[in-house]
Design a protein around this ligand. Structure first.
Ligand SMILES: NC(=O)c1ccc[n+]([C@@H]2O[C@H](COP(=O)([O-])OP(=O)(O)OC[C@H]3O[C@@H](n4cnc5c(N)ncnc54)[C@H](O)[C@@H]3O)[C@@H](O)[C@H]2O)c1
Length: 253
C-alpha cells in the first residue's frame, strides 16, 4: 500500500528536499506551505520527476487550516502515515531587543505549528496503522547563539514536546523523533548568510567551527528523515538525532 506523507514548509529549503526524497521513496507527498507558489513549485518538480505529489496552502499557526489540511488528505487518500514538520521562521535580535510580536510569531510558527500538526495528524496516523512524525529541530535548540533567543527557545521546547508526544502515542504505533541539523547548504541558513552582504565569510566561519569542516546538505537531512519514516526505524522513537557533522559531540566534551 502506498504511504501518504505531509511535509509542512515543503515549499522551500530542507522541506522541499525532504518532500522530494519521500516521493522518490514511493510515498504520496502532500507539500503544505504558507507560500502557495513555493508549495506548487516543489510539487510540480516532484511530479515532473515521475513521482506522486500534491500541494496545499496551510498556515501551521491556524488550527482550522491544519485540521482542514489533515482531513482533506485523509478524505482523498484514505490514510495518513507520516508527518514532517519543517515550517519555521527565524529573526535575529538579542533577547533585550526582541519585540513581543517577534517572540509570539516565532513561537507560534516553530512550536505551536508542530503542536497543532501533531494534534491533528496523530489520531489519523494511528487510525492508518501507525507511522512516523519527524520534527525539524536545530543544534540551536541545545546551545545558545547570540541574537537567536526566540529561535533557540522554540527549538529547545520542540525537543521536549517531541519526547512528550513520543511516549504518549507509542502504543498507537506513532513514532515521533526530532532531527537536529547544524547549518546546511540551503534554506534559512543560506538566506541569513546572504543577508549579511558577505555570505562567504559567514559560511567559512561556520565551516571552520564544524568537526567535518563543511555544511550539511539538504540530501543528507532528507536521507535521515527517509530512514525515520522507514520500517528500519520501527523501534526508534523519542530521539534527538544530531545531523551536524559532530558538533553536538564536540560540545559535550
Ligand atoms: N537551513 C538550515 O541550515 C537549517 C539548520 C537547522 C535547522 N533548520 C530547520 O529546518 C527546517 C526547515 O528550514 P529551512 O531552512 O528549509 O527553511 P526555509 O525558510 O527555507 O523553508 C521554510 C518553509 O516554511 C514555510 N513557512 C513559514 N511559515 C509558515 C507557516 N506559518 N505555515 C506554513 N508554512 C510556513 C515557508 O514559506 C518556507 O517555504 C526549519 O524547522 C529550520 O528551523 C534549518
Amino acid at each position: 500500500m502506498t504511504q501518504t506523507a505531509i511535509v509542512t514548509g515543503g515549499g522551500r529549503g530542507l522541506g522541499a528536499a525532504i518532500a522530494a526524497r519521500l516521493a522518490s521513496d514511493g510515498m504520496k507527498v502532500i507539500v503544505a506551505d504558507l507560500d502557495e507558489a513555493a508549495a506548487r513549485a516543489t510539487s510540480d518538480e516532484i511530479r515532473a520527476a515521475g513521482y506522486t505529489s500534491e500541494w496545499e496552502t496551510c498556515d501551521v499557526t491556524q488550527e482550522g487550516e491544519v485540521a482542514a489540511l489533515v482531513e482533506s488528505v485523509v478524505e482523498r487518500h484514505g490514510s495518513l502515515h507520516h508527518l514532517v514538520a519543517s515550517a519555521a521562521i527565524e529573526t535575529r535580535a538579542k533577547l533585550a531587543d526582541t519585540t513581543d510580536d517577534d517572540w509570539n510569531q516565532i513561537l507560534d510558527v516553530n512550536l505551536k505549528g508542530p503542536f497543532l500538526c501533531m494534534k491533528h495528524a496523530i489520531p489519523r496516523i494511528a487510525a492508518s496503522g501507525g507511522g512516523s512524525i519527524v520534527l525539524m529541530g536545530s543544534v540551536l535548540g541545545f546551545i545558545g547563539q547570540p541574537s537567536y533567543s526566540a529561535y533557540c527557545a522554540s527549538k529547545g521546547a520542540l525537543a521536549n514536546l517531541m519526547k512528550q508526544a513520543s511516549i504518549e502515542h507509542a502504543a498507537e504505533g506513532v513514532r515521533v523523533n526530532l532531527v537536529s541539523p547544524s547549518a546546511t547548504d540551503t534554506g534559512l541558513f543560506l538566506r541569513m548568510a546572504e543577508s549579511t552582504g558577505n555570505p562567504d565569510a559567514i559560511i567559512d566561519m561556520v565551516i571552520r567551527n564544524n568537526p567535518m569542516q563543511r555544511l550539511g546538505t539538504g540530501d543528507e537531512i532528507a536521507a535521515t528523515v527517509s530512514f525515520l519514516c522507514s520500517p528500519g526505524a520501527a523501534y526508534l522513537s523519542g530521539a534527538v538525532i544530531p545531523l551536524d557533522g559532530g558538533m553536538a559531540a564536540r560540545r559535550i566534551v
